[in-house]
Design a protein around this ligand. Structure first.
Ligand SMILES: Cc1cc2nc3c(=O)[nH]c(=O)nc-3n(C[C@H](O)[C@H](O)[C@H](O)COP(=O)(O)OP(=O)(O)OC[C@H]3O[C@@H](n4cnc5c(N)ncnc54)[C@H](O)[C@@H]3O)c2cc1C
Length: 356
């Protein structure tokens, strides 16, 4: 199987439409994808009107809007999908009663790269610098790109607990997303740490796979009440509310978790082959931090039109101080940021008439 570089669909090598470019054979699912690829390749360059950083719901939606607004744009992202890919059960996105994260993101990608198209690059942005007339970004491969305006949609990443054994058993029993770790705990004990929607979603995913589940949260659950009610009824779940994790133990792989009730001295050792950590997220704002104002949680401060304290830099989604960390909100903010960036670029172009 090969991957279409435009829409990222898998295509069978023998059935695919092919094109040679710069000595490399590319495989496409349709003539449309081939044409847009060749058209863009022929003018591949480093200077754009707008660069969108991030490939989650905010960045992908900003990309669709930038394409429909005919903005000359590049999207740079470490991955396409962001946190939404880890969601196994989305029940609050308009148009779908139920959809999994990977299914929803497939639809987003199809809309951006098949129905529309913008230049894109899978890479990490390591540096953003102001320069005459805009900004310069540097990727992890040391490639540089310039633009008059930027949209920062870098979202959030999972917080670590910072306790002994956490690094040692990473992916050897300790996981930060449920999907990768499910096979590890088949018929075994599992620990889920956290009290928010992510933690409760992990418990729901595990309850038919693990023999028994221990949910550990240092405070009362903050997940949506309907989810809490449903999950707390599960027969193989035992909850430890008001407890904290002291250590992860084991040999080559994880065997157990030591916990302690907050305020008590006695510790408790729980047998577990898997531990799923869902204790919140931290905003990925450090790349933009030198240029824009952040709040105390290190979220980028935005105005109602997604503009930031730095003219020309817009921000959208979970990386910002916007209220509500949800897919639909991130997508909406991504759309708003693209509209505002376009207005900013139009204002730059306005010719100032000399006084008569
Ligand atoms: C397990 C889980 C379940 C969830 N379930 C739901 C749900 O059911 N419903 C709901 O509405 N929301 C849910 N959410 C929340 C939702 O996924 C987020 O609110 C949403 O994904 C935020 O979108 P975003 O685009 O702002 O950021 P993200 O999704 O975090 O995407 C950020 C993007 O930026 C990229 N990036 C970061 N730094 C850089 C860099 N320096 N250079 C290049 N790229 C970079 C990342 O790789 C990623 O592509 C869930 C979250 C989790 C973790």
């Amino acid at each position: 199987m090969k991957r279409d570089p435009v829409c990222h669909k898998e295509v069978k090598e023998k059935e695919a439409i092919t094109a040679e470019c710069d000595g490399v054979i590319f495989y496409f699912c349709s003539e449309g994808c081939k044409d847009s690829f060749l058209e863009k390749r022929s003018c591949a360059r480093n200077d754009y009107e707008l660069i969108i950083i991030g490939g989650g719901p905010a960045g992908l939606t900003a990309g669709v809007y930038a394409a429909t607004l005919k903005m000359d744009s590049l999207l740079v992202a470490k991955d396409l999908g962001g946190q939404a890919v880890d969601s196994t059960k989305i029940e609050n996105y308009m148009g779908f009663d139920f959809v999994t994260g990977p299914e929803l993101i497939e639809k987003f990608k199809e809309q951006l790269f098949c129905s529309h198209y913008i230049d894109h690059l899978l890479s990490e942005v390591e540096k953003i610098e102001p320069q005459e007339g805009g900004f310069k970004i540097t990727t992890s491969e040391m490639a540089t790109y310039t633009a008059k305006a930027l949209i920062i949609a870098t979202g959030m990443t999972r917080r670590r607990l910072g306790v002994p054994g956490e690094e040692k058993f990473l992916r050897k029993g300790i996981f930060y997303g449920a999907i990768q770790g499910l096979s590890f705990v088949e018929g075994e004990g599992a620990v889920v740490i956290g009290g928010g929607n992510s933690a409760f979603q992990v418990v729901e995913n595990l309850h038919t796979i693990a023999s028994n589940i221990y949910l550990i949260s240092h405070s009362e659950p903050t997940a949506d009440p309907a989810v809490v009610e449903r999950v707390l009824c599960l027969a193989n779940l035992k909850t430890y509310i008001g407890y904290k994790v002291l250590e992860f133990t084991g040999d080559q792989t994880l065997n157990g978790v030591t916990i302690k009730k907050i305020g008590d001295v006695e510790t408790l050792a729980l047998p577990a082959k898997g531990a799923f950590v869902a204790v919140g997220l931290v905003p990925n704002s450090s790349v933009a931090a030198p240029l824009v104002k952040l709040n105390e949680r290190r979220e980028i401060l935005i105005n109602r039109d997604c503009s930031t304290s730095c003219p020309g830099i817009f921000a959208a989604g979970d990386v910002t101080d916007t209220f509500g960390k949800r897919i639909i909100i991130a997508a909406g903010e991504g759309a708003k940021a693209a509209l505002a960036a376009r207005q900013y670029l139009l204002n730059l172009q306005k010719v100032v008439c000399p006084p008569t």
